[in-house]
Design a protein around this ligand. Structure first.
Ligand code: MG
Length: 223
């Protein structure tokens, strides 16, 4: 089966972290489990969720600079195999993209580091001095990441059946558009395992992206 494009989620997939949003909460000592649960149950919108987060952070520190947010990501590491897999995919002429509902400051840095062909993520509005105003309008909807995957398919003239998406969350299943495929990688929560099993997609439990290779390329091994 030919592969024309691979679309990766970023948090917990290309990078070995929990979430680019959660890292900011850790930095400011705030919590958002309750809102996260509401968001996962679709009781609040993406924008309500982000702006609630921003309000919580501003209670701790009233003026938050872009550099403060970047500092939250100082310890972030790539997932084992990330460079190798992306390099090898691109050497085969395969289009590689990141579709993440994470924070663009981090996701953009990773996209540049890995030299992917295209990427999309969410972020914030900043004032002219680089201070945080609020969440930016949502570009990548967590519950409907397929909108962005479809856009990539359209603008790059791809066939959906030759596209593979890779994600670690139950919401990443929304990346599976048309006849495209999906591989669950390093499932984030029990909820992800359940949803992946229900959707009958392949799951890689090992935290090494090279283990995707035999699934994508009929048993071929990438060293
Ligand atoms: Mg993720």
């Amino acid at each position: 089966m030919p592969v024309d494009a691979v679309v990766f989620d970023c948090d917990g997939v290309l990078i070995d972290n929990i979430s680019s949003w959660w890292a900011i909460h850790e930095y400011f000592g705030t919590r958002n489990e309750e809102m996260l649960e509401k968001f996962l149950n679709k009781e609040i919108t993406e924008e309500e969720f982000v702006n609630h987060d921003v309000e919580e952070w501003k209670k701790v520190q009233s003026k938050i600079h872009m550099d403060d947010i970047m500092r939250c990501y100082s310890g972030v590491k790539l997932m084992p195999g990330a460079r190798e897999v992306i390099k090898e995919l691109q050497s085969k002429g395969i289009f590689v993209a990141i579709v993440s509902s994470g924070v663009d400051l981090l996701i953009g840095t990773i996209a540049n580091m890995l030299k992917v062909d295209d990427w999309a993520a969410n972020g914030f509005e900043w004032d002219e001095d680089g201070y945080l105003i609020k969440g930016a309008p949502t570009k990548v909807y967590s519950h409907d990441k397929g909108i962005m995957v479809e856009k990539l398919i359209r603008i790059n003239n791809l066939k959906s059946k030759n596209v593979i998406s890779v994600g670690d969350s139950s919401t990443d299943l929304s990346m599976k558009v048309g006849e495209s495929k999906f591989i669950g990688f390093n499932p984030a929560r029990e909820r992800a395992v359940e949803e992946f099993e229900k959707a009958r997609v392949s799951i890689v439990y090992n935290r090494d992206l090279r283990d995707l290779w035999p699934i994508m390329f009929d048993g071929e091994i990438l060293k």
